[in-house]
Design a protein around this ligand. Sequence first.
Ligand SMILES: Cc1cc2nc3c(=O)[nH]c(=O)nc-3n(C[C@H](O)[C@H](O)[C@H](O)COP(=O)(O)OP(=O)(O)OC[C@H]3O[C@@H](n4cnc5c(N)ncnc54)[C@H](O)[C@@H]3O)c2cc1C
Length: 505
Amino acid sequence: MDDPNPLGELDNLLKGEVLTDTVSRTLYATDASVYQALPQAVILPRDVTDVSMIVRWAAQKGIPLIPRGAGTSLAGQVVGNGVVVDVSAHLNHILEINAQEGWAEVEPGVVLDDLNRAAGRHGLFFGPETSTSNRCTMGGMVANNSCGSHSMVYGSTRDHILEVKGFLASGDEVTFRPMQKWEFDKKCREEGAEGDIYRLMREIYTDNPVRKQIRKEFPHPDIKRRNSGYALDVLLDTAPFNPQGELFNLARLIAGSEGTLLFMTSVKVALVPVPAPHKLLLCAHFSSLQEALLANIEAVHHHSPDAVELMDKKILDLTLDNPLQRTNRFFVEGDPAALLLIELSGEEEATIFEKAAGLTAAFKALGLGYAFPIVTGKEISRVWALRKAGLGVLSNMKGDARPVTLIEDTAVRVDDLPAYVEDINAMLGKFGKSCVYHAHAGSGELHIRPVLNLKESADIKLFRQIAEETAGIVKKYHGSLSGEHGDGRLRGEFIPLMVALPIMN
Ligand SMILES: Cc1cc2nc3c(=O)[nH]c(=O)nc-3n(C[C@H](O)[C@H](O)[C@H](O)COP(=O)(O)OP(=O)(O)OC[C@H]3O[C@@H](n4cnc5c(N)ncnc54)[C@H](O)[C@@H]3O)c2cc1C
């Protein structure tokens, strides 16, 4: 039988709400993944003191806490049988925006669109534009190291994080921010959990075999979308260990740690100026997927696009069955095997057309592509609507065999994409299967969905086999099994394969 008061004496001490009824717990039993687990209770902390009490209580009782924002995680990050702590209800204040220095400090439950509305009054915004911006929280974005369709320009949340405050599992309150070597050394001499962390960091980063292993095992540094395991590699060359490096900042490691290292109570992030006013879309058409991937390399390395998104023929064909998306295909010429949607921007209108002409000429000189229509103004949003509809139309495939979200989130270097895709095709071909390719080609991340019939036991078996073989192929290319959605329950088991480090045990 359910415990009617699982929190015991804590319930009376908290200012925030404690929900223990089955309906509330069921509402918090899922996120945007396939996983489901009933939490023991849900707490909506009212303030930092509440969080402090909750963390200390959980440490004493040995109960896992699941910090939660909007719950839009796609890999089961906020699903578990412990106690869910939802910060979006009350810990949702913008604490300060410093327009002159270009930063904002917010509580973790602040929604991205709310931050951007406030920052927009100063001509600033938060760079990574995650597509759930109307509900995803800054705490969730930091913990998942989220990014958006312009990650080629703005990178991921980690690239903008300046400082985090919060509680360690021990209950100790900490601030992680950039620090000089003398401050780092001082922290290493401190007693307690925080001192232990700095000593562990020193042990890791001063051990030459471990340093070598980190360089060898972690995704290639050119891969901007990367969320496999703790990002130990990003602190490797910081000042305490490399005098030329930037300052050591543990906040960068908290980014992508999926709520497992720190319960955040505030986050300080850098803001960037709103983007250049003029943009256009060059919609390059190709006769094969490989041609599109080679053109992607040319575009990324030599023409400074803001975004390059891929749609393959399978996904394009599915948009034909959707009346709205059929009208959004107004720019499609012939029957392309793949499209690259390339966004170019600039301060002057003339420059963006020059950029587009230069890129088209380069494609033609390389014999890549057969049509290069340019879309401008309001029509751009219709093209992006077609691209975004991709996920939805995939579920409209006729019959029981469907593109399944199995190797949805892999990223490799842009230069490796053509060979990587050939390897994936060969692996699937071995099983008599094919797949759909789409999404963020410009940053090396493709949403790859093998077409499987999960009503058949043979395909259920293949589901697992394909996942394992894909992990091996990603590893071969020094890639990241998760480009943006994180490990969570879905990919957690593959972390030892992707970033095999004995020290992580
Ligand atoms: C339709 C759809 C589209 C998406 N598009 C994108 C996209 O474009 N780019 C992208 O990167 N992702 C995308 N996602 C994934 C998801 O929206 C992002 O990861 C988002 O930033 C998560 O925010 P959230 O508030 O929902 O966090 P949650 O899902 O609630 O939590 C995310 C993680 O943050 C941790 N967390 C939350 N608050 C705290 C805290 N105070 N302290 C410590 N840890 C905390 C949680 O424990 C969890 O590990 C998409 C998801 C969906 C469903």
